[in-house]
Design a protein around this ligand. Structure first.
Ligand code: GRF
Length: 199
């Protein structure tokens, strides 16, 4: 049997996508194991979920910047990921822009989920952007991470309707439900593709 693919999950928040990924691992829909859970703040809910599941956690200390990591801190992160044999880096609500050396260390191996149908509404609070724009359909996108903000190659998308009486909260909750179905499925597909390429 193939060894499970080793994932690191990086987040800053409550980690509901991480929970969906863990569920998929547990019930065999995702042939992977979570080798490390990383957060950039010690109070991130994703860490609690990880600890409750008995997974190893790593908290990034970055005193210098709020929306990115300094190259030195990214280097430490790369070392931690390499030391654990991580094969795919999964961003799940990680509120920092990923740069080098992380990008070059994991080419095509960093994946993100974004709460809109990219290229529409990149950046923060995409569900609010969709409401403000008055669109009737929005959604979520799983994409590879490159040096831009929400610009990497799209792997898959799911559409979500916007209702006339939606608040930002109700729309965000509907998008998140779609994310929880989409992300584990696309991760499984991407892992299968990477494995298929291996010599
Ligand atoms: C998700 O809505 C995702 O689209 C965005 O950050 C949010 C993370 O939510 N990138 P959670 O921490 O997984 O609940």
């Amino acid at each position: 049997m193939e060894k499970p693919f080793r994932l690191a999950v990086l987040g800053s928040g409550k980690g509901s996508n991480f929970t969906a990924i863990l569920d998929a691992v547990r019930n065999g829909r995702l042939a992977a194991e979570v080798a490390l859970v990383v957060a950039d703040r010690a109070d991130a809910g994703i860490l609690e979920t990880a600890r409750a599941a008995g997974l190893e956690t790593f908290v990034i200390e970055e005193p210098q910047y709020r929306t990115r990591l300094s190259p030195e801190v990214e280097e430490q992160l790369v070392a931690a990921l390499r030391a654990r044999g991580v094969e795919l880096v999964v961003l799940a609500g990680f509120l920092r822009v990923v740069k080098n050396p992380l990008l070059t260390a994991f080419p095509e191996r960093i994946v993100n989920i974004h709460p809109s149908l990219l290229p529409a509404f990149p950046g923060l609070e995409a569900w609010k952007q969709a409401l403000d724009a008055g669109v009737s359909v929005t959604g979520c996108t799983v994409h590879l991470v490159d040096a831009g903000i929400d610009t990497g190659r799209v792997l898959a998308q799911a559409e979500v309707p916007v209702h006339a009486d939606d608040s930002a909260e109700s729309l965000h909750a509907r998008i998140q439900r779609a994310e929880h179905a989409l992300y584990p499925r696309v991760l499984a597909e991407w892992i299968a593709e990477i494995r298929g390429r291996a010599p």
